[in-house]
Write a protein that binds this ligand. Structure first.
Ligand code: ZN
Length: 407
C-alpha cells in the first residue's frame, strides 16, 4: 500500500463568503446577486448540475447573503452572527430538508423529529460539521432513501408562523430529486406551498438528477445550471493544496470536474499509481507471473470497490492516450504523465507500428465486460494479448455475433 497524501483545502479563494474553500461560479453568482439587488429574486430556484460542482455550497452562500448584516461587495461577510449561524446550520430562518431514514416514524402525521434516533442524530451532526468545513462534503445519512412527507408537513407548519426578526426565510432542499423518488408523496405535498409561498421566503432546490423531479415542481423554479469544474481550475486547486502535479493532472481528468471526487482520488493517488504501473507492466510483458499479479490486484480491487477498479482502467486509458498523442505529434506539450516522459518516448520508438487507438479500445471494452460481471481473469488475459497484438500493429478483428449467424 502506498502512503496517502492528505490534502488540505487552500485558503486563497474567497476572503468573504461563508466558505473560503468554495470555487465560486461567477456567472451564476453575479446573476443571483443581480436579481436579489433589484428585488427580482424568484421565490424558488433549482440549482442543478453534476456532482461536486458546488451547488450546495452556492445555495448556502446565497442563504447567507440574504440575511447578512455586513454585506461587502455584494458578498456575505462570513463573520456576522447571521453568517456564522448559516455556516453551522444553526440559523433559525434557514431550514435544511434532505432524505432521512424513517427512524421511529410510523405514520405521515408523525413529526419529523421521530426520524432522528440517537445514532441518526449523531451521524447527522457529524456530517453537518464536516460540511461546515468542506463545502463539497456530502450529507448522506445511513438508510435515507427519500425525502419524507413528514419533513414537508413540518415545514408547512413552520411557514405558517412568522419569521424570527423579520429576516428572510430560506428553505434548502438537498438531493431534491428524492422528493419524487421512489414515490412523489413529498413532492405533491410541497407543490401547494411552492405555488403560494409566504413573503420573503426563498426555496433553493439542489439536485444532480433534475430529470427525476416532477415537471410541476420544476416549472415553479428558476433553474440555475452549475457545470463541472474545468480541468485547469481543479488541477490548480489540487497543486496549490500540495498535490504532486502529475498525480493532480491524472486525477482531475478521472474526476470529470467533480471537486469532491478529485480530492478523494488525490488522497489515494499514490496507491492508484502503483497499481497502474503494475497493469502497464503486464501489458508490455510476456511474463505470465506478472499477468497473474495484475489479475490478483484487479480482482481484489473489484471486490473491495468497483469504482476504484474503474478508475484504474481510466488511468491506463490516459497513459495510452499519452502514447497515442506523443507518437502522432512528437510533442510533449499535452502529455499528462510528464514524469514518465522518457518511458513514453522509449515505448513510442520501440513500438513504431503500434495501433495505440486500438489499445485504448481494448482497455475500455475490458472495463465494460468486467463491470458487467464478465469472468475477470480471462478478460484481463484477453486484454493483455489483444494489446500486445495491437502493439505489433497486427489488425485486430473484434468478435461479431453477426459473423456467426446464418443469413
Ligand atoms: Zn454576514
Amino acid at each position: 500500500m502506498g502512503k496517502s497524501a492528505k490534502i488540505k483545502p487552500s485558503n486563497l479563494a474567497n476572503p468573504l463568503m461563508i466558505s473560503s474553500d468554495l470555487l465560486i461560479n461567477n456567472k451564476n453568482w453575479n446573476r443571483l446577486v443581480r436579481s436579489w439587488s433589484s428585488e427580482k429574486l424568484p421565490h424558488a430556484l433549482l440549482f442543478h448540475g453534476p456532482e461536486g460542482a458546488g451547488k450546495e455550497g452556492h445555495a448556502l452562500e446565497l442563504a447567507a447573503l440574504l440575511n447578512c448584516t455586513a454585506i461587502t461587495n455584494k458578498e456575505p461577510c462570513g463573520s456576522c452572527p447571521s453568517c456564522k449561524k448559516t455556516r453551522s446550520f444553526q440559523h433559525e430562518n434557514v431550514k435544511l430538508i434532505l432524505p432521512l431514514p424513517r427512524g421511529n416514524i410510523k405514520s405521515s402525521d408523525d413529526s419529523i423529529v421521530k426520524a432522528f434516533t440517537n445514532s441518526t442524530l449523531k451521524e447527522y451532526w457529524e456530517l453537518l460539521k464536516q460540511k461546515e468545513n468542506e463545502p463539497y462534503s456530502p450529507i448522506r445519512l445511513t438508510g435515507a432513501n427519500t425525502i419524507l412527507i413528514n419533513s414537508i408537513r413540518d415545514l408547512k407548519h413552520d411557514l405558517a408562523l412568522s419569521t424570527v426578526n423579520n429576516e428572510w426565510r430560506i428553505i434548502l432542499i438537498f438531493q431534491a430529486e428524492k422528493l419524487c423518488l421512489p414515490s412523489p408523496e413529498a413532492a405533491h405535498s410541497l407543490l401547494k406551498v411552492l405555488e403560494e409561498p409566504p413573503e420573503k421566503t426563498l426555496f433553493i432546490l439542489v439536485s444532480s438528477q433534475p430529470g427525476a423531479i416532477l415537471d410541476t415542481i420544476r416549472s415553479r423554479c428558476q433553474s440555475v445550471y452549475f457545470p463541472p469544474i474545468s480541468v485547469q481550475v481543479l488541477q490548480e486547486r489540487l497543486v496549490q493544496s500540495g498535490a504532486d502535479p502529475v498525480q493532480a493532472a491524472v486525477m482531475v481528468r478521472i474526476s470529470g470536474g467533480n471537486v469532491r471526487l478529485s480530492q478523494e482520488l488525490i488522497e489515494n493517488s499514490t496507491d492508484l499509481m502503483e497499481k497502474l504501473y503494475l497493469l502497464l507492466n503486464a501489458c508490455f510483458s510476456s511474463d505470465p507471473s506478472i499477468w497473474n499479479k495484475c489479475i490478483d490486484t484487479i480482482a481484489r480491487l473489484k471486490t473491495k470497490d468497483i469504482s476504484q477498479m474503474e478508475q484504474l482502467f481510466r488511468c491506463a486509458v490516459l497513459f495510452f492516450r499519452d502514447l497515442l498523442y506523443y507518437s502522432a505529434t512528437g510533442s510533449d506539450d499535452e502529455i499528462i504523465f510528464k514524469n514518465k516522459m522518457s518511458k513514453i518516448d522509449k515505448l513510442s520508438k520501440s513500438y513504431s507500428e503500434a495501433d495505440w487507438h486500438s489499445c485504448i479500445q481494448h482497455i475500455e471494452n475490458t472495463q465494460n465486460y468486467i463491470s458487467r460481471n464478465g469472468y475477470l481473469p480471462l478478460q484481463i488475459i484477453c486484454m493483455i494479448l489483444d494489446i500486445q497484438k495491437s502493439l505489433r500493429g497486427e489488425i485486430y478483428e473484434p468478435f461479431r455475433l453477426s459473423d456467426w449467424t446464418p443469413v
